[in-house]
Structures are given as C-alpha cells and as structure tokens.
Ligand binder design. Structure first.
Ligand code: 5GP
Ligand code: MN
Length: 336
C-alpha cells in the first residue's frame, strides 16, 4: 500500500465514480468520517456514493447526506452495479473487508483502485493500492480531517464537513475522555467549531436521543447480567437474546454498555457479549497495557485497538462465556 497523498494528482484529474464504504453496523466515526469525506469529494467534482454494509443506528440520522447512503443489505443489486463501474473505492474505519459482512466478496472482486483511511491495528495491506493507516489516532475522522487540511483543497472544509467529522471525533474519543485524545484532536475540534459546528446539538442528537426501553434494558443488564471477577480485575456481562427481544433493542442501543464495566474501581478488563442470534458479538475494553486487540484476535476472530476491540463467537452464549472465563486466567500476570 502506497501513501494516500501519492493518489492526490489522480484525484485532481477528470471526475471519478467513487464509492465510500465502512464497517458493518457503522458507528459515529465510521459514518461521520465517510460522510465528511463524501462532502469533500463531491465539492471536488466527483460522483460519490456512500455504501453501508448494513443498517445503522437511528441517532446518526441527523448527519448531513445520510439520506443518500445506501444500505447494501437492502439494495444488493444496485451496489453490485455501482461497484462494477466504479473507478475508486475508499474504505474508511475498516481495514479488512471481512468487517463488511456480505459485502466482503463484492469488494474483494472489484477491480477498481482501492484506498484505505483507518486507525485500527493490523490492516490488510494487500487489499489496498493507497492509504493512510495510523493506529493510535483518536478516530478515522481525525485522519480524514488531517488529509483534507493538508491537501491543496483545504479551503473546501466547511460547516457540513465539520459536523460529520466532529461526530466521528466525539464518538470515538468517548467525548474526549480516552487517552487517544491528543493536542491534535483538540486543535481539530477548535477548527471545526470555528467552521460552525454546534457541539451541544451534536451531543444531544448522539447521546440524549433514545427510547425508554433502552434505559430499562441497561438497568436490567447492570442488575442481572453483570459478573465481576475481582481476582483478575475483570468485569463481564452476557446478554441473552431474550433481553434483546424483551426491550426491543435496535442497532446502536447497546453501543456504550461495555463502558459501564470500566467504571468499577480497579477493573482493568471489561467484556460484553451479546447474543445477536446469527452470532455472539463481543466488545472488549481495557485500561493500561492490556491489549484487547490481540486478545480479540487470538480468541474471538476480532481486533480493533489496544484498549477497545471487538470479536465474535459462533458457539452458543453459555459456551462462548465459559470459554472466556477459562481463557482469562492465562492473562493473570497482565491483569493483576
Ligand atoms: P465495539 O466494542 O465498540 O463494537 O468496537 C470497539 C472497537 O473494535 C472499534 O474500533 C471497532 O471498530 C473494533 N471492532 C469491533 N468488532 C471488531 C471485529 O470483529 N474485528 C475487528 N478487527 N475490529 C472490531
Ligand atoms: Mn473509528
């Protein structure tokens, strides 16, 4: 994979047909960075479509341009045709096509130029011609911001792009609380505010915009699904499918649940597993040096960042949980 700026000259030439995609169940950073880049490329004169591999959380629907995003699972043939004639594919916040669910095979077989902008560990470099991958960066939105700001077209940054990129920065830093929040992140935020971003409105759209059932679901999870292993400074939660049904849980409703585990004094490792019927989806969080990205990759077909990662299990919920409870003892030295 060559550095992304080497493709700038090509991007300047005749208008191109560009597809932007991201990981399945896109979060604020995936959708915010994709739409930020979308508005920038449209301003450059390109024909651009954002394709999401799956649906997304309703609280993202305020993002400018999201009404034009195509959900692959709902428009399979249309996306296949778009990818057949596309010149360029941008893959954002997603460094391996296997994070795009059933879109994976369509992306892999496409012959267009493939570009990566991402901040996860272990990128699949063979899949991309050009790209930027900076593990440790707060968000993909921050990388997109820096890419645009340092390009010959930095004057195109405007309030619309700023709203999208601020959303990515805010969500992936957990509102500027994670240690990935650097001077550069706050400098970016300051610039986006100067461009007209409204931080209070964006915060409320993202975090104060749920149904009562979600709050009752969280209450039940904290009361009845939480287990703490003080011996290993580890807290975990397993959510059965019956809870998802009972509280009518929708995409995005479970996004911050795992973070509650880390609020217990002394906890270094938090794990949440949710029975999503087709698979058991894991979320891992840690503090300090315990690398959950490696943990997720080695045991749960996943990956991510040092302190935040995800994965999956094909086994039933009780078996997946039992496996987790056994494995964590291998990490006793790192956790105590
Ligand atoms: P979350 O727990 O919020 O779903 O994910 C935490 C972080 O890990 C995010 O950056 C997310 O993109 C990444 N992640 C989640 N699931 C997976 C997975 O299955 N594979 C990989 N490589 N990364 C994941
Ligand atoms: Mn991200």
């Amino acid at each position: 994979m060559e550095p992304l700026y080497l493709y700038n000259k090509e991007l300047q030439k005749i208008p191109k047909r560009i597809i932007i995609t991201t990981h399945q169940k896109p979060d604020g950073d995936a959708m915010g960075s994709s739409l930020g880049l979308y508005h920038f490329l449209v301003a450059l004169g390109h024909d651009v479509t954002v394709v999401s591999p799956t649906n997304w959380a309703k609280f993202l629907d305020f993002l400018p341009g999201i009404d034009k995003v195509i959900d692959f699972e709902k428009q399979v043939e249309e996306v296949k045709q778009l990818l057949q004639v596309a010149d360029v594919l941008f893959c954002l916040d997603c460094n391996h096509f296997n994070r795009t669910k059933t879109l994976e095979s369509v992306l892999s077989s496409s012959t267009c130029i493939k570009l990566l902008i991402d901040h996860h560990t272990e990128p699949n470099l063979e899949s991309f011609n050009y790209g930027i991958c900076t593990p440790g960066k707060s968000s993909t939105a921050e990388i997109v911001y820096e890419y645009i700001a340092s390009s010959p077209w930095h004057h195109l940054l405007n309030q619309t792009i700023a709203t999208c990129l601020y959303t990515g920065l805010l969500t992936d830093t957990q509102s500027f609380r994670l240690n990935t929040t650097k001077t550069s992140s706050h400098q970016m935020a300051a610039h986006l505010l100067a461009l007209g971003t409204d931080p209070a409105t964006i915060y409320n759209k993202l975090f104060n915009n749920f149904l009562e059932t979600r709050l009752r679901f969280i209450g039940n999870a904290l009361l009845n699904r939480l287990e703490v292993c003080y011996e290993l400074n580890t807290a975990y939660m397993a959510i059965p499918f019956e809870d998802i049904l009972k509280y009518e849980i929708k995409t995005g409703d479970t996004e911050s649940l795992v973070n509650y585990l880390m609020t217990i004094e002394g906890i270094k490792f938090g794990a949440l597993v949710i029975d999503r019927q087709e698979e058991r989806k894991w979320s891992f969080r840690s503090t300090g040096n315990f690398n959950v990205s490696i943990f997720a990759r080695e045991h749960f077909e996943g990956g991510g960042h040092v302190n935040a990662a995800g994965g999956r299990s094909k086994e039933s919920l009780p078996i997946a949980l039992r496996k987790f409870k056994e494995i964590i003892y291998q990490y006793k030295n790192q956790l105590v």
